[in-house]
Design a protein around this ligand. Structure first.
Ligand code: FE2
Length: 296
């Protein structure tokens, strides 16, 4: 078991996104780095507005697809598996009442939107490709980064579900491993509305699974290592809107359910090194019309 740290390293965002040597050293040790005020609050608001415009065009009665990390309903869901180069909507497990009606307003029933807004929508593209992000990714050592996935997380009031402990490299596997996550708080994330939790230092544990691996027309979960997470050492990462959290693809992380009356919108990007092999059996695939791009 690697050394588990007592704190998640946190800093004010560096000028121009140029991570300092101290930030990089902390990131290497902890596998996670919090950067406050990385994105102007106005940019967060613009992204939220755009997300809600896209939600307006979505009809939840015709597309009743749920995303749940506790029930794994997406394992058999083509709508999910074909979403790597599209903008698609996934509902909370508890979105509908017994009579089949949405429990609350449409945007308060969504779990997430994914997985290619950054390549398909100009507002998301502008948020995702900034000089500051390009500088940060460059400082992390990515010479040929590729933004493989974007997700808009709604974590709605009252029904926003928990996300169980996992590593993102189990979903976005490359050989050698290169996945890194960029998580942006678009609204204040608190213990009450289901903020992220990390186990700093535990990114040095083995890769646990290959998740949703394509195999003979179906999708499987392959267990590689079944060492339990030291979840008693998890630390909350409460975050003000505009905060960026960077975390290693092997970093175990989770978030609680949102039982509060406030939403907890967040946006994530997952970046890989384009020089690494991206397997054809990863669940997340994009068509030939959408080449993998970095930050320019
Ligand atoms: Fe994750």
């Amino acid at each position: 078991m690697p050394e588990i740290l007592e704190a998640i390293p946190a800093y004010k965002a560096p000028p121009g996104g140029r991570l300092s040597d101290a930030m990089l050293a902390d990131y290497q040790a902890a596998g996670v780095l919090v950067l406050e005020d990385f994105v102007p609050v106005e940019a967060c608001e613009r992204l939220r507005e755009r997300a809600l415009e896209l939600v307006d065009e979505f009809d939840p009665q015709t597309v009743r697809h749920v995303f749940s990390t506790t029930k794994q309903t997406q394992l058999d869901d083509r709508y999910f598996h074909e979403s790597g180069d599209k903008i698609r909507f996934f509902l909370e497990d508890d979105a509908f009442d017994d009579s089949g009606r949405l429990r609350q307003a449409k945007e308060h029933c969504l779990n997430k939107m994914g997985h290619a807004m950054h390549d398909l929508d100009p507002v998301f593209d502008a948020f995702s490709r900034t000089p500051e992000l390009a500088a940060a990714v460059n400082r992390l050592g990515y010479e040929e980064p590729g933004i493989i996935q974007s997700m808009y997380i709604f974590k709605p009031p009252h029904i926003g579900g928990e996300v169980i402990c996992h590593q993102d490299s189990t979903f976005i596997y490359t050989d050698p491993e290169s996945c890194v996550g960029f998580w942006f708080a678009l609204e204040d994330a608190t213990l009450e509305n289901g903020c992220m939790h990390f186990i700093p230092g535990a990114h040095k544990m083995p890769l646990k699974q290959r998740n949703y691996r394509r195999e003979d027309g179906t999708f499987t979960i392959e267990t590689i290592d079944d060492t339990p997470w030291p979840e008693d050492r998890k630390l909350a990462a409460e975050a003000k809107a505009g905060t960026l959290v960077i975390f290693d693809g092997r970093m175990p992380h989770l978030s609680g359910a949102n039982h509060s009356d406030k939403s907890r919108h967040a946006y994530t990007l997952h970046v890989i090194d384009r020089r690494c092999h991206y397997p054809a059996d990863n669940w997340l695939q994009r068509g030939p019309d959408m080449p993998l791009r970095g930050f320019i």
